[in-house]
Write a protein that binds this ligand. Structure first.
Ligand code: ZN
Ligand code: FE
Length: 259
């Protein structure tokens, strides 16, 4: 039985720890800081056996070197990334096995050009997606390197994953994303219910993550650019009637940037 536990880092990052409590083995995803990971491992007497990285931003890679020096573990990341601490370079469609789990790699450029995501489809209770800063609950990553079109295609890949897939994103941005989602989808009842439940989770000091692909398809405006509700609010916002889904996405992303 595996458990997937968020290790909080910086102000709103989660370093996801995939743990096998029986053996004490742990894989961490995007360790931007080594200290909270070391504290987590020491506290539970667990040992690190691998690191997965989604993209090159410092808040995702800052702790790798020190964890690698200390534990000598393999570090997985995108083959075309400039991250210099990788030991195992992967690309779209690759699979690899670590700690008895079979991981698959998806290329999801947009936030950065070297962004990848990892899925585990068979070996956990429910399929899992580790998507870094590409898909957030209620939102998506900013376009630092890719175009809106690139990001749209990447999100389309994630949207088509099985509905029950658990979505492990790297930041606790949910409530602020949902405030924007409300502006883009003022009459969406699923969104209202979801926001209420996320607000209670946050007031109790709990993470709102993981989300699921099923939830995101219902409440994330960036996955709903094909719907009348998002099309009409974006069209209203830019005072121009949009019909093309990709154009709606591009203008929705711009709107969010200045929200
Ligand atoms: Zn990032
Ligand atoms: Fe980040």
């Amino acid at each position: 039985m595996y458990s997937i536990i968020p290790i909080p880092a910086f102000t709103d990052n989660y370093i996801w720890a995939i743990c096998n409590p029986e053996t004490g083995a742990v894989i961490v995803v995007d360790p931007g800081d080594a200290k909270p990971v070391e504290a987590f491992l020491q506290q539970r007497r667990y040992s690190l056996i691998g690191i997965l990285v989604t993209h090159h931003h410092m808040d995702h890679i800052g702790g790798i070197q020190s964890l690698k020096d200390h534990y000598g573990v393999p570090v997985y990341g995108f083959e075309k990334s400039k991250i210099d601490t990788l030991t195992h370079k992967v690309k779209e469609g690759d699979t690899f096995s670590l700690m008895g789990l079979e991981f698959s790699v998806l290329e999801v450029p947009g936030h950065t050009l070297d962004h990848i995501a990892y899925t585990v489809n068979e070996d956990l209770d429910k399929p899992a997606l580790f998507c870094g800063d590409t898909l957030f609950s209620g939102g998506c990553g900013r376009l630092f390197e890719g175009t809106a079109d690139t990001m749209f295609s990447s999100l389309a890949k994630l949207k088509s994953l099985p509905a029950e897939t658990q979505v492990y994103c790297t930041h606790e941005y949910t409530l602020s994303n949902l405030a924007f989602a409300r502006a883009a989808m003022p009459e969406n009842n699923d969104l209202t219910r979801y926001r209420d439940s996320c607000e209670s989770m946050r007031s109790a000091g709990n993470p709102t993550l993981p989300s699921t692909i099923e939830i995101e398809r219902k409440i994330n405006p960036f996955l709903r650019c094909d719907t009348g509700e998002v099309k009409s609010s974006v069209s209203q916002q830019i005072a121009k009637t949009l019909t093309d889904e990709r154009q709606v996405f591009a203008d929705l992303r711009k709107w969010k940037d200045s929200f």
